[in-house]
Design a protein around this ligand. Structure first.
Ligand code: ADP
Ligand code: MG
Length: 316
């Protein structure tokens, strides 16, 4: 359904992507994963007909994106990285306008607009001005716009970037509900995000596809360790030393140079949080925070490439 064949794009003399080749089958949900600057948006803009490649070809449902872009655009719902919304328009009026621009027939416009409002949970804000909505709701309006005319292919460029955790959960849920009916390509720089939503993941780094696999294989392959963030009111170095001696702990480091804020790297085999909690309480330490952190792909790449921890200084 989506085909990229040897796509190369130069901006000036620098290649943003080189020889990018992949296919997404009908009904597949594929993640497009890579750190910032890897070339995700460039590839997506070519697939969605917003610009031609320097070399190579892109096709949607067998139709060339460059030669027959009008036909291709009708088959794609695209949520760009920075959603270009008309911020002074109310939601419903904007969606009517977008439906017209997308060639939805006049007599079907009302039904189609109400359908996407329902799918994206916008009923309560449909009369409100887009510019007055939260970022999470604005993203839903962008998604509603992409779903107009029920296109078979949905392309989402970093749909959760800049949202708060609650909004991220809601948008992910919405995307999950689209599975089955649509062929979906979703870009992200966060591995756990694509792992949750997608059946297959393409990894792009420095403009080249470097791997494609199932999320679970990639997660275990790439994510050798797991991280826990800790904060105590006081006696951080004492906690660091004790945690360092625990079985399954690979490394303990300070966060932001603060002796009471620690990052603990552990094996992925077991969740050490209960043990750490017991240890802290046993020593009479006031534990202010303890949470798991999702490794971003950037951090995983840093781990794979450098072997040393990127940001933190060593504790103790
Ligand atoms: P991603 O979406 O994965 O973060 P992009 O496709 O936006 O990556 O960018 C890939 C590379 O191309 C980066 O090095 C970026 O700086 C460069 N780039 C992107 N857009 C432009 C542009 N319009 N002009 C020049 N360079 C660009
Ligand atoms: Mg991008």
């Amino acid at each position: 359904m989506i085909e990229a064949e040897g796509l190369t794009k130069f901006y000036g003399s620098l290649p943003a992507i080189r020889d990018v080749t992949f296919q997404v089958g009908k009904g597949e949900v594929v993640g497009f994963l890579g750190p910032n600057g890897a070339g995700k948006s460039t590839t997506i803009r070519i697939l969605t007909c917003y610009m031609p490649p320097t070399i190579g070809a892109a096709r949607i449902d067998g139709i060339d994106c460059f030669e027959r872009s009008l036909e291709v655009r009708r088959k794609i719902g695209y949520l760009p990285e920075n959603v270009p919304l008309y911020t002074d328009m109310p939601v419903r009026r904007f969606l009517r306008f977008a439906a017209g621009a997308k060639g939805v027939e006049a007599k079907k416009t009302h039904g189609e607009v109400e359908r996407v409002i329902g799918v994206c949970g916008l009923e309560n804000v449909a009369h409100r001005i887009i510019g007055h909505l939260s970022k999470g709701y604005r993203q839903r309006v962008g998604l509603a716009q992409a779903l107009l005319n029920n296109p078979p292919v949905i392309v989402l460029d970093e749909p959760t970037i800049g949202l708060d955790p609650t909004q991220i959960v809601e948008i992910r849920k919405l995307i999950q509900e689209l599975r089955g009916e649509h062929t979906i390509l979703l870009s992200s720089h966060i591995l756990p995000e694509v792992a949750q939503i997608c059946q297959r993941v393409l990894i792009i780094n420095k403009g080249q596809i470097i791997a494609t696999d199932s999320p679970s294989n990639l997660t275990s392959q790439l994510q050798k360790s797991s991280r826990i963030l800790l904060e105590v009111a006081d006696r951080g170095p004492e906690l660091a030393e004790a945690v360092e001696g625990m079985q399954g702990v690979q490394k303990v480091a300070r966060r932001d140079g603060d002796r009471n804020r620690l990052v603990v790297e552990t094996d992925r085999s077991r969740d050490l949080r209960p043990d750490i909690a017991r240890l802290a309480i046993g020593r009479g330490l006031d534990l202010l925070e303890m949470r798991h952190v999702d490794l971003s792909l950037e951090q995983i790449f840093m781990q794979l490439v450098t072997e040393e921890a990127p940001q933190e200084e060593t504790a103790s």
